[in-house]
Design a protein around this ligand. Structure first.
Ligand SMILES: *[C@@H]1O[C@H](CO)[C@@H](O)[C@H](O)[C@H]1NC(C)=O
Ligand SMILES: *[C@@H]1O[C@H](CO)[C@@H](O)[C@H](O)[C@H]1NC(C)=O
Ligand SMILES: *[C@@H]1O[C@H](CO)[C@@H](O)[C@H](O)[C@H]1NC(C)=O
Length: 327
């Protein structure tokens, strides 16, 4: 009996013993999102100081890959915290990242420059869509590529971010000025596809391109917009979550990972970071607790890559690699 019990205990998904956790140290803070290229190179990530860096193995660590600012003085910007309103626009602030695996291009949303793209060799990114055609950006945040059409979806978290950066105030604001935008690389047109969103800070497109998901941070839910089929152009609630979500990342098999931060406002704002795996029908398949590794640190992304979960947090100086042990 005993060996069977031990095995069961060891394999239970939430058991702290059943996984390993490794840190990959970053040059500075601000890793909001990670991306991997089609040869599994990476992770690539953006930093507070405006750099997009790529991890080139334990020996070299993270090295510079791209910038969103055409003239980014390294001596002024490297190590910058990104909050200075003077240096921020000069240094850039890449937030969401995702590769188009068919073209090898890395699409980026930058807090100051909006939607950008850079080729597989890196360097200075090109601006694709700024605040044109009468619909300015407020605060671009998350990005996803439709794997079938190549269309780029990205979120604008809304006007609340111009009023306050205090997360308690944002959580209590009830703001619904957020939007989901679409950029079509074929026509170079940018359109607004969904409005009235409650701080949309995550986006992902399904594996077959039939729907797009949007995380609504202050509403603790994920909304689905159908792109094809009989329900095309209609939206519905996809999943209600026990806490505040952030980036949504699709797995190879078509499920999704989303960080879920259980946030308590009193006596001060603290987060209990979880990751949840959700299938294409909105059913929660698995919950992973990162409290042991992140304490009360808010987590912005959980992404499955080659059997590990890459955990990003804008408040940490590392990318976490969480690996469930095989039984
Ligand atoms: C954020 O706002 C809340 C509510 O207004 C306030 O109690 C708290 O002190 C603020 N936090 C910071 C860091 O300013
Ligand atoms: C959905 O909306 C787009 C853009 O407004 C339009 O081109 C398309 O025909 C619509 N599709 C359906 C099925 O209504
Ligand atoms: C969590 O707390 C431990 C123990 O105090 C500390 O070593 C670790 O760096 C903390 N981790 C984070 C992400 O804050």
């Amino acid at each position: 009996m005993v060996p069977i019990l031990v095995l069961f205990f060891f394999c239970f998904p939430n058991n702290a013993l059943a996984h390993s956790f490794k840190l990959i140290h970053l040059p500075t803070l601000g890793s909001e999102s990670c991306a991997f290229d089609s040869e599994n190179g990476g992770p690539y990530t953006g930093l507070n100081d405006g750099r997009i860096v790529i991890f080139e193995g334990a020996k070299r660590g993270f090295v510079d890959f791209a910038t969103t600012s055409p003239n980014r003085p390294k001596e002024l910007c490297d190590g910058n915290n990104g909050d200075d309103p003077k240096t921020g626009p000069v240094c850039g602030r890449p937030i969401g990242l995702e590769f188009n695996h068919k073209t090898g291009e890395l699409y980026i949303v930058d807090a100051f420059r909006g939607l950008m793209v850079v080729g597989s060799g890196g360097g200075v990114a090109t601006r694709l869509a700024g605040g044109r055609d009468g619909v300015p950006y407020d605060a671009p945040d998350a990005i996803a590529i439709d794997p079938i059409s190549g269309a780029v979806y990205f979120t604008d978290v809304g006007t609340i971010f111009f009023k306050t950066r205090n997360m308690t105030e944002i959580l209590l604001s009830g703001d619904t000025s957020g939007r989901l935008l679409k950029y079509d690389p074929k026509t170079r047109r940018r359109t607004v596809v969904l409005t009235g969103l409650a701080v949309p800070n995550g986006v992902a497109v399904s594996r077959d391109g039939s729907f797009v998901l949007v995380a609504e941070y202050i509403a603790c839910r994920i909304t689905r917009l159908w792109l094809t089929g009989p329900k095309a152009n209609t939206s519905e609630t996809f999943a209600e979550l026990p806490g505040n979500p952030d980036n949504i990342k699709r797995t190879k098999t078509g499920d999704f990972w989303v960080p879920v931060n259980i946030q308590k406002l009193q006596p001060k704002l603290i987060s209990f970071p979880l990751g949840q795996k959700i299938n294409a029908h909105g059913r929660i398949l698995e919950t992973v607790n990162f409290y042991a590794e992140y304490n009360a640190t808010y987590v912005t992304e959980v992404q499955e890559h080659l059997g590990s979960l890459y955990v990003a947090s804008v408040y940490a100086n590392f990318v976490g690699v969480y690996r469930r042990l095989q039984c």
